[in-house]
Ligand binder design. Structure first.
Ligand code: HEM
Length: 135
């Protein structure tokens, strides 16, 4: 599929590069490895998620808010580490428009997932925002 922003292959490469990093990350790797047993299916889900956002394919049918709400002990610090890693992978893209767009969406989605997570886990407390290191 061709598109003004990027190809489907570039999205697949972005997702695979990110997961190569995250699976060996000291703090995030163990969380992913504990929750995901079927990696090919998860990677396909993530390619579909990013394709829906970046190429407007509309074929992602998951529920990220509910899936993350079920993961215990997430924190602002873990979300910020996730974002730091994702930014590194975005910055490596030869296709700068893709890297910039993916990074922009990731920050907004991470913020929204973190807000939703706190409201699910601790509805009595006011949610805190992420400290985004936007360059
Ligand atoms: C601390 C940060 C994060 C951690 C530890 C984390 C961990 C996970 C794990 C373990 C799953 C698999 C859940 C399952 O299949 O039961 C998952 C799914 C997913 N994550 Fe994250 N995640 C984080 C942040 C993010 C962010 C910032 C995004 C988006 C920008 C994101 C997007 C997704 C999506 C789309 C799915 C698939 C949801 C579905 O199948 O319905 N995650 N995540």
């Amino acid at each position: 599929m061709t598109n003004a922003l990027c190809s489907q292959d570039e999205i697949k490469q972005l997702v695979y590069d990110f997961y190569d990093q995250i699976r060996t990350h000291d703090n995030l790797g163990p969380i992913f490895n504990a929750h995901i047993s079927d990696w090919p299916t998860h990677l396909n889900t993530m390619v579909s998620f990013w394709s829906s956002i970046l190429l407007k394919t509309g074929d992602f049918t998951g529920s990220p808010m509910m899936k993350h709400a079920a993961i215990p002990k997430l924190s602002a610090d873990l979300f910020e580490q996730w974002l730091t890693l994702f930014k590194t992978v975005c910055d490596e893209r030869e296709n700068r428009a893709l890297g910039d767009a993916a990074w922009g969406f990731a920050q907004r989605i991470a913020r929204s997932l973190w807000m939703g997570y706190q409201i699910q886990q601790q509805p009595e407390l006011a949610p805190s925002d992420l400290k985004l290191k936007i360059s």
